[in-house]
Design a protein around this ligand. Structure first.
Ligand code: F6P
Length: 418
């Protein structure tokens, strides 16, 4: 069968390496032997921390330019060997580097002539995610000698050198442009008859979850009273639940924790984060609880008494009903999906926790479960259990696990709530 080179393209911190690993793993799940050739790994092994100096990336620095070109040639040679008819075992070689200039890509096209060469360009226009990605990069051991702000400045400068020479894909024969935060193909220039191309397209657009712990915040006073929305703190029992969650997950690696912007979500995450000074944390508005508009802060019973038309319309179509000046489950879908994609982009292949809310977690679960719409507002989201989800071509896990052993279910169920 025909073999293939894949070359990643994009500025630093655009999700190239995560996507490159996914392409490798996704192909491997189909029995296709793919291997990564990462220029950054070779650079770090050869030059170590010296190559963190941003001037190393200055296009006018002859030493830096030549060193990077040699590394590129070295990896192209290894990739050729991996795909060689004799001695090579591979089907697909993935060259992971910035490859942002047309000159670099011409060099690759001129060298890798024995098999088709597909360029995969990664874009990320989400500035908040970009900043978070850059922060994560500067936490790598090669920046150990820098203070945080200096490391950030340094990395930004490196990016700006690449920006100066960046030319998007256009003249190449075979390419794919991807929004890596949204698993979306933005443009493509396919080539007839490439057997692996459909599989790669499929990998690019699918949502991969290596290890997600989906938690609902602990009990609040509002939960006890059957009040909706608001920004209440956790009760003592809710704080005990948060502590129990941290204890339960104590030995599990967790790289990212995503909360909503609400106090109860932050307070639930706090004990988890206290144990893990290196875990990254971000609050996303996308994970804020359904906005109940005019009904914010009311009890379910009060809504039934004061606004019977609201209660009955909601009962009739809980998925489609939007609170007066508020949201419906149907409206949540888009923002929750955006939040999930952003969280998964940042976490890449590392384990993450999302501390959400009842309606939010239902919508998140529905994104994985392919539930009928009308069932989504009734998915069970208890406060003393969490969902553990892992969905990759090799691993499918979907389980609901208890994390408290003591008194459970601090929340009462109210008529009209279910
Ligand atoms: O009752 C807690 C809560 O998170 C409210 O803030 C929110 O309005 C509600 O759950 C969502 O659940 P339901 O759609 O069943 O009312």
């Amino acid at each position: 069968m025909q073999k293939l080179y894949v070359a990643m393209v994009g500025l630093p911190a655009r999700g190239k390496s995560t996507l490159a690993r996914r392409i490798r793993d996704g192909l491997a799940a189909e029995g296709i032997r793919a291997r990564l050739f990462n220029n950054g790994d070779v650079r770090r092994a050869r030059l170590g921390a010296a190559s963190t100096d941003p001037d190393f990336y200055n296009p006018h620095n002859t030493y830096g330019r030549q060193a990077r070109e040699q590394i590129c040639r070295h990896n192209m040679e290894l990739a050729r060997q991996w795909l060689a008819p004799e001695g090579g075992n591979g089907d697909v070689a993935i060259l992971d580097a910035t490859n942002v200039s047309r000159a670099r890509r011409r060099l690759m096209e001129g060298t890798l002539t024995d098999h088709p060469l597909l360029f995969v360009e990664c874009l990320n226009e989400d500035q908040e995610l970009l900043r978070a990605c850059i922060r994560r990069k500067t936490a790598l051991p090669e920046y150990a000698g820098y203070a945080e702000e200096a490391a950030l400045e340094n990395f930004q400068k490196r990016i700006s050198y690449y920006e100066n020479i960046y030319e998007p894909l256009r003249h190449e024969k075979f390419w794919l442009r991807v929004d890596s935060t949204a698993n979306r193909i933005l443009a493509e220039h396919p080539r007839e008859g490439c057997a692996y191309y459909p599989a790669i397209r499929e990998i690019v657009v699918s949502v991969w979850v290596h290890c997600l712990y989906l938690v609902r915040h602990g009990q609040t006073e509002f939960n006890l009273q059957g009040r909706i929305g608001g920004d209440p703190p956790l009760t003592e029992h809710g704080r005990a639940q948060a502590a129990a969650l941290a204890e339960h997950l104590r030995d599990r690696p967790i790289d990212w924790v995503f909360t909503s912007t609400r106090l109860r979500s932050h307070q639930t995450a706090a004990p988890l984060l206290a144990q893990r000074p290196h875990t990254h944390v971000m609050a996303f508005r996308e994970f804020d609880e359904i906005w109940a508009g005019d009904c914010e802060g009311l009890r379910y019973a009060e809504i039934r008494q004061r606004m019977p038309q609201v209660a009955s319309a909601r009962n009739a179509d809980k998925y489609g009903f939007a609170y007066p000046k508020g949201e419906s489950y149907a409206m949540l879908r888009e923002r929750v999906q955006r939040g999930l994609r952003r969280a998964l982009f940042l976490a890449g292949d590392t384990p993450l926790v999302i501390v959400g809310h009842q309606a939010i977690n239902r919508v998140l679960l529905a994104l994985f479960l392919r539930q009928r719409q009308e069932d989504i507002p009734y998915i069970y989201v208890p406060q003393d259990q969490y969902y553990h989800i892992s969905l990759t071509p090799r691993r499918k896990v979907f389980e609901r696990l208890p994390y408290t052993t003591g008194r459970s279910g601090g929340e009462r169920t109210f008529a009209g709530e279910e």
